[in-house]
Every structure is written in C-alpha cells, then in structure tokens.
Design a protein around this ligand. Structure first.
Ligand SMILES: C=C1C[C@]23C[C@@]1(O)CC[C@H]2[C@@]12CC[C@H](O)[C@@](C)(C(=O)O1)[C@H]2[C@@H]3C(=O)O
Ligand SMILES: O=C(O)CCC(=O)C(=O)O
Ligand SMILES: [Fe+2]
Length: 319
C-alpha cells in the first residue's frame, strides 16, 4: 500500500464532548437535534443491535481482509467490490483497503455481491441481518429527529431510508497498522458523506476524527459497542442547513489495525431532495436548489474526496 503521508492538522487534545444519545429514551430527541445542529455527529447507545451479530460480521471481515492480495484483487470492481489505496475514481488515495457493497433491498435474491465471494453464505447472511437491524435503528433515529424538529408525519425522513428502492451502501474498511515513523498517514481523507445519514461501527482502534464548526479537528475515542452517526449532505439540504454534514477523516494507527463497517442510508434514485417546506418560513430563506438523489450522486462521484459537493446546488441569491 504505497501512500504518501501529508501534513495533518493535529486534533484538539482532551476534547470529550461528543454527544452520546441513549435512543431507548424518547426524550433524547432534543439532544439528538442539538447534536445534528452543533456537530452533525453523535454516538448512539442502548441501540438494540445484537453484539453477537456485529462480532460475526467483524470476524467475516477480518477473515476476508486476511486473504492473499491476489485473491482479494480478483474482487476489484467499481463502484462495488474490493479496493486498495484508491478511493473513488478521481485520484484520492489512502492507507486503506475496503469492500463496497450494494445494500439495496430490491436488488433481487442476491442483494450484495453476486458471485463475488468464494464461499459467501455465512458472510451474506450476517450482512443481511446486520443491514436489516442497522436500517431499523436508523429509521428509529430519524423518527426521533422528526419528532424533535416537530415535523409531521413522523416518517418524513425514515420512509426515504426504508423504501424498497433506497440506494443504500455497505462498506467495510480495513486500515492495516502503518509502520511509518510519521504517525500522520491518512487512512481516509477528509470528506462529507453524500447520503442522508451514515452509521459507523468500528473495532477498538481509534483513528476517526471529525471537524468542528470552528474548523478544528477532534479525535473520536473508539467504542466497539456503540454506533456513530454522521449527518450527510442530503440531510443538510433537507433541513435547509440547520443540520451540518460533518467533515471527517481517518488517520492510520502505527500499531493496531482498524476495521470499520459503515451503512450509508441513501434515498431512492428518483427521490427529490430539497429543503422541507415546514422548515423554511419564506422562499428567500431556501439555501439549495432542488435535485434528485440520482443527480446528486452522479455529481458527487465526479468530485474529489475533499470537495464541497453541495456548492453547485447552493441557491444564488439575487439582491
Ligand atoms: C472520491 C470519492 C469516493 C466517494 C465518491 C467520490 O467521488 C466522492 C464521495 C466519496 C464517498 C464518501 C462516502 C462513502 O464512503 C462513499 C462510498 C460515497 O458514497 O461517497 C464514497 C465514494 C467511494 O468510495 O466511491
Ligand atoms: O472507516 C472509517 O472509520 C470512516 C470511513 C468513512 O468515512 C467512509 O467510508 O466514508
Ligand atoms: Fe465518510
């Protein structure tokens, strides 16, 4: 994995205020809305996703990444499949290898990676159960958010994610220990996620950092039994900028390997994305032009990782 290290701004030391949301308590809806406004990021506890299920999938992932490189590269593909160092198609690189899969419910009897793995049954079953369970948790969180924002009906956001044709993605990332003396090797460069919301779970190796609204970076302490949620660009648009799509990145660890699994909850390709009318008092306040998820996804996939992908969709104000 030949990846050059770039200078990285040191994260703020000793910051420990990442919002922690107990989703078993309906009253958490207010803290949830505040977390989306202030950070675009929060940690979820008491989530009800089985830890056994998570560890079966993590074992499968570790087994997959420990296969010889020659076998893994047979699974290379775009957009779905195995990748090593190269992120996307526009020149981004990182100290990472990954497996990217379609998590769309309606893609047929073999929804993930048809024919890709040699003995896919255990892997596929674990993946199916995991995505079902994480999708349900995501819908619960989105419904608490709509409650907290006083949006009716409650399923205004969750129905986009539970749609049979929802364009969701599942990603496994593996960051091997990086032996270079320079500890600032980028595993996954800074970016925002284009979807509605992303749900991340990792093993107990840290490396994830988020960018605060003042521009500083903070390290997110790892917690293998919790889930971390990122507000995506589409939710920033639907809330007319009230929620922030958080910039985040991963810095490689010099000693331990990091394995993360991320569920990216996107809407169906034909879904129109625009500020929700109930959150905009008058037309002049509307910050974004309307687009379909398909238009946004096409545009996003032509961009570099660190680009501001929403910029072309910002509304020009006429004075
Ligand atoms: C450089 C890129 C990788 C990415 C597609 C893109 O052109 C810009 C968005 C990137 C991103 C970030 C979040 C997810 O990891 C991802 C799968 C996505 O939907 O958008 C990746 C894309 C990718 O790895 O192909
Ligand atoms: O692997 C991680 O911890 C985060 C990766 C990420 O942000 C992404 O895949 O979009
Ligand atoms: Fe991301």
């Amino acid at each position: 994995m030949a990846v050059l290290s770039k200078p990285v701004t040191e994260p703020k030391p000793g910051f420990s205020q990442i919002p922690v949301i107990d989703i078993s308590d309906p009253e958490s809806k207010h803290a949830l809305v505040k977390a989306c406004e202030d950070f675009g990021f929060f940690k979820v506890i008491n989530h009800g996703v089985s830890s056994e299920l998570v560890s079966v999938l993590e074992h499968e992932a570790v087994d997959f990444f420990s296969l010889p490189k020659s076998e893994k590269t047979q699974l290379a593909g775009y957009p779905f499949g195995y990748g090593n160092s190269k992120i996307g198609r526009n020149g981004d690189v990182g100290w990472v290898e990954y497996l990217l899969m379609n998590a769309n419910l309606a893609s047929g009897s073999d929804p993930f990676l048809p024919g890709l793995l040699k003995n896919p049954e255990t892997f596929r079953n674990a993946l199916e159960e995991y995505t079902r369970s994480v999708r349900k948790m995501t819908c619960d969180v989105l419904e608490m958010i709509t409650d907290g924002l006083k949006i009716k009906p409650r399923n205004t956001l969750s129905k986009l994610v539970s749609d049979q044709n929802a364009d969701s993605i599942f990603r496994l990332n593996h960051y091997p220990p990086c032996p270079l003396i320079n500890k600032n090797v980028i595993g996954f460069g800074e970016h925002t996620d284009p979807q509605i919301i992303s749900v991340l779970r990792s093993n107990n190796t840290s490396g994830l950092q988020i960018n605060l609204t003042d521009g500083s970076w903070i390290s997110v302490p790892s917690d293998h039994s919790s889930f971390f949620f990122n507000v995506g660009d589409s939710l920033q648009v639907m809330t007319n900028g009230r929620f922030k799509s958080v910039r985040h990145r991963v810095v490689a660890n010099s000693k331990k390997s990091r394995v993360s699994m991320i569920y990216f909850a996107g809407p169906s390709l034909t879904q129109r994305i625009a500020p929700l009318t109930c959150l905009v008092d008058n037309e002049d306040e509307r910050l974004y032009e309307e687009f379909t998820w398909s238009e946004y996804r096409n545009s996003a996939y032509k961009s570099r990782l660190s680009d501001n992908r929403l910029q072309p969709f910002e509304r020009k104000t006429i004075k």
